[in-house]
Design a protein around this ligand. Sequence first.
Ligand SMILES: Nc1nc2c(ncn2[C@@H]2O[C@H](COP(=O)(O)OP(=O)(O)OP(=O)(O)O)[C@@H](O)[C@H]2O)c(=O)[nH]1
Length: 671
Amino acid sequence: MPLPPAFSWYQSRLWGGRVLALVGLLALGGVLWGLVQAYQSREEHTRHQIERELHTVNYLQTQSLLDWREQRLIDASTLADDSMFAQSASQWLQVPGATVLTLRIQERLRIFQERAKYTAVYLLDAQGRLWLTPHGDTNGRLPAPEMQALQEALAQAIVTVVEPRRDDFFAFPFLSVIVPLFEGTEPVGAVWLVSDVRTNLYTKLQTWPTPRETAESTLFSRHGDEVRALSPLRHDTNGKSVFQLSQMPPDDPVVQAMAGARGVLYGHDYRGRAVMAMASAVPDSPWIMVSKIDVAEAFADTQLREILALSLPVSLLLLLAGLVFAYVQRRAWRRERELKTQLQRNMRWLEGAQKAASVGYFAFDLDQKQFLMSSMANEIFGMSHTGVLSLQEWMSAIPEEDCQRVLTIHRDAMAQRTPLRTQYRIQRMDNQALRWVEVWGEYEVEVEQDRVARMIGTIQDITERKQSEQELTNYRTALEEKVRLDPMTQIPNRRALDEHVVLEWHRAMRNHTPLSLLMIDVDHFKAYNDHYGHVAGDECLRQVAAAIAACASRAGELAARYGGEEFSVLLPDTDVEQAQQSAERIRAAVEALAMEHADSSVAGCVTVSIGTTSIQPVFTPTPALDVCTEPDTVPQAAQTLFEQADAALYQAKQQGRNRVVAYASTVAQAD
Ligand SMILES: Nc1nc2c(ncn2[C@@H]2O[C@H](COP(=O)(O)OP(=O)(O)OP(=O)(O)O)[C@@H](O)[C@H]2O)c(=O)[nH]1
């Protein structure tokens, strides 16, 4: 079956929307993939950059340290090569206390100390005993490591360095340079040059070429299981400088460096922070230079840059998504507005049509027991409040005498789930006026729970229609009465008589009762007309008719004008005797009118002759005899009544008029 055009259009739009959404998702995925790739590439690039920075810093720090050391050795070599000073020192050491020589040596030591910026300078003999400083005499002996260096220096005739260390000798960490003094080839003593490494060396290490919060370069050396930090740790507030290797985390870059690792190392430092570090050995020393920086700080800038870099495409994407969303929203909003306008217009039309037809609609909620009413339904009920009508309010609007009937109709329709079609009266709430309404309703069934949930329907004010119908009924009744009334005498006519005969014939047949008929004729009426004129003749007939009708006042009795000056009276449940009596009463009543009839051969007044008959109708299987399909057609059997009464009337005329004659057989069997 071909799809309706609207459905095809909807389907194509649906597919179009799906394809668009798929393309959008793919594009978004591509952009995200590109961003991730770019981010990873940038991160890798930054990593290499920081590694290069660490490498450079470590190299510069090491170089600076070497330069400083080299300078110390050069200075020391200058002193070692000063033979004059060596000679003076030799002489003085042989005879300590010679004042002139003392001053000269002290002056030389002082100049040397100031120029080379040593913390302390001592002249000592070949046995390691301290004798002189630039400022005066001294005593004491070289500490053990320096003593060993002195022996090496004197043995090998070279300047010897003792690496930075701590000792009770000084209150600060120091580096010692032992300068051997020779007179010729004879060792005479040495000069002990002491540098406070805090002011000379550490400052070089603490200087980081780029501004970094967490960066630090530290010199470490290993002694068995011990690792000593030769320079202070930047972030260690406890001043701790000696660590047990076995107690340090294995991924600490210092531990890795002590195990022989060199280059870029990753791990966690003594603070437990993730760091990236560069480890390298300081040439001609047991020192390991470790320069490190926190990973978080190292990549913070990168991340910031990346965020800034990402923010542009993300902002663009968000902007784009926002625009698309705004566009879709705008379309939806416009569509909604269109639909609203359409709906409002349709509602206006509906309201208008309902108003024109006086039709409102409602929904009755069985759970809430209330009606939701349209404005026209409100209007019909004359409600002051709008929208909701409770069950109680609805019931009180129905006249008490109608209420039970209306409720039963509703209940039956709901029980049988059949459409509701009913009419009932309501009393308007505003002016108490009685109005007729017609209600058409359908019961809505909730299939899952198999119960009636609500009734939806229309309500129409049909008061005017009802009034028209009533008027029509009244008119029809009046018309029908008129059709059965003789206009002149104002008593029933022949048609009414025939219908009545049919009814009473069947009733008598059912009840097994006799049925009698009187045929009445005014005597010498032609003569009356001729004598008094037709107008007087009419008036005479009217008075005779009234007199006859007055005598046939029992229930079921009917006096009718049979035609011309002839009248009939039908007497149900009346036997022949009773019929005779009734006929006599009528005859006497007419005579009692005492209307002058000058040309009558019977009496001086108007008289009537009456023929009576009485029949007991019985059922006969011959349909033609007593079955009447046409209500106004006298059954053939009933015709006998008229024939017999007519025959009796004829007899009455023959016998001299102004008399009652019964049909020869008093009880005739209809055959
Ligand atoms: N004024 C008047 N006369 C009528 C009316 N209908 C019938 N007639 C007259 O009634 C008369 C009936 O006359 P007949 O049938 O000859 O009978 P009769 O003169 O009454 O004689 P008997 O019946 O033998 O006594 C006629 O002259 C009719 O014109 C009517 O409505 N008004």
